[in-house]
Design a protein around this ligand. Structure first.
Ligand code: HEC
Length: 145
């Protein structure tokens, strides 16, 4: 009888432990999925924005730019310890300072687009859009596999 109880307890703790592991795995998987989805959104918003930059449709551009900013700010937070995976280079976890700097430069470049929108200045808007877009390749070259 005691042995049966012991066996049951062992089995139960095994199930509990493996359940915990699968939850942990799922969390990492979900985080990787979310940052990929943020990047897909970043691509979609910037692609939509590009033909509008010279249109003078500042309200429309602002809507897209606000979404772009939000997706970029959130993206930076999706690289917590132990979430290596996807196409993210392991360098992100080895040179966090530089990765943070690249993210901050990207975010600042989007904020600068926002300033051009507020000033309704199409010339600086085009310039700032190009600076924002140059961040994609700079970061991918170093931090995306
Ligand atoms: C600060 C770094 C950084 C910047 C800036 C950046 N990216 Fe990325 N991007 C990444 C990383 C890292 C990944 C891989 C994420 C992963 O797989 O976990 C990625 C992945 C992607 C993907 C693939 C998404 C998927 O579903 O697999 C696309 C598309 C993309 N980026 C487009 C862009 C575009 C367009 C820009 C600029 C407007 C940009 N990125 C700016 C770091 C960056």
């Amino acid at each position: 009888m005691n042995f049966k109880i012991l066996a049951f307890l062992l089995l139960f703790s095994f199930i509990a432990a493996s359940h915990e592991i699968s939850i942990e795995d799922k969390n990492v998987e979900e985080i990787v999925k979310q940052r990929m989805s943020n990047m897909s959104k970043i691509k979609a918003y910037s692609t939509k924005m590009y033909p509008l930059t010279m249109s003078g449709e500042f309200e429309e551009i602002k809507k897209l730019n606000d979404k772009l900013l939000h997706a970029a700010q959130e993206f930076k937070l999706l690289f917590t310890e132990g979430t290596q995976g996807g196409k993210a280079s392991s360098l992100i976890w080895e040179d966090r300072e530089k990765f943070d700097l690249f993210n901050d430069n990207f975010i600042i470049s989007i904020e600068n687009i926002g300033k051009s929108i507020n000033n309704e200045d199409s010339v600086s808007l085009v310039e700032n859009f190009n600076i924002m877009a140059s961040n994609c390749g700079t970061c991918h070259k170093k931090f995306r596999n």
